[in-house]
Design a protein around this ligand. Structure first.
Ligand code: SF4
Ligand code: SF4
Length: 165
C-alpha cells in the first residue's frame, strides 16, 4: 500500500469511516523503569507500549518513551450501516467538543512531525479508509455511469465533524 492521502482528503465523510484519531493515546517521554512499573501497577484499563513480557514487571531497564493507550474516546458512537462501520462524535456541535478535535488534520500533523510514512499506523488507517471510499465511489460511478471526477458521495450530508479535528 502507498500513502497518497492529502490534507484536502480530511473531511467528515472520511472521518466517519476512519475514527483512528478518536483512540486516545499519550506519549510520556524519557521514563525510567521505576516509573514504568508504577504506571503498569496502578493504571486502570490503560495499555502501555512497549508491553512487559508475561511475568516480568517491566520491558527493560533502559530509559525511553512510552505510549499510554486509553482505547477509544468515551464520546465515540459507532454503528454499522450497509455492512460498514460508521462513527460519529457524541459531542459534535456542542461547546464541550475539544477544539483539538475540531481542528485536527492527521495529514497536516504527520507532515509537520515528519511522520508521513507507513510506520504511522494512524495515517495508514486513514489511508485504508480513503481507499475503501475510493473503491465504493468507483463502483458506484460504474453503476450509474457518473462523469469522471465527480465524487459519488459528495452529496451526502455529514453528521460528524471529525474531519477537522
Ligand atoms: S482526522 Fe485523519 S485519523 Fe482522524 S478520523 Fe479523520 S481521517 Fe481518520
Ligand atoms: S470528542 Fe469526539 S472527535 Fe474528539 S476524540 Fe472523542 S469522539 Fe473523537
Amino acid at each position: 500500500m502507498e500513502l497518497d492521502i492529502h490534507e484536502r482528503d480530511i473531511a467528515p465523510e472520511l472521518c466517519q469511516e476512519c475514527a483512528a484519531c478518536c483512540r486516545v493515546r499519550a506519549t510520556v517521554k524519557d521514563t525510567d523503569s521505576r516509573f514504568r512499573v508504577f504506571l503498569r501497577t496502578t493504571l486502570r484499563e490503560v495499555m502501555i507500549a512497549p508491553a512487559a513480557e508475561l511475568g516480568q514487571a517491566d520491558c527493560c531497564d533502559e530509559r525511553h518513551d512510552i505510549t499510554l493507550d486509553h482505547g477509544f474516546c468515551k464520546h465515540l458512537e459507532s454503528s454499522t450501516v450497509e455492512d460498514r462501520a460508521r462513527h460519529s462524535c457524541g459531542l459534535y456541535g456542542r461547546a464541550e467538543m475539544p477544539s483539538l478535535c475540531c481542528q485536527y488534520n492527521c495529514v497536516s500533523w504527520a507532515k509537520h512531525e515528519g511522520a508521513y510514512h507507513l510506520e504511522n499506523k494512524l495515517l495508514v488507517t486513514a489511508q485504508q479508509a480513503l481507499n475503501r471510499m475510493r473503491l465504493r465511489d468507483a463502483r458506484l460511478r460504474d453503476e450509474v455511469n457518473m462523469p469522471k471526477g465527480r465524487r459519488a458521495y459528495e452529496h451526502r450530508c455529514c453528521q460528524r465533524r471529525r474531519g477537522s479535528r
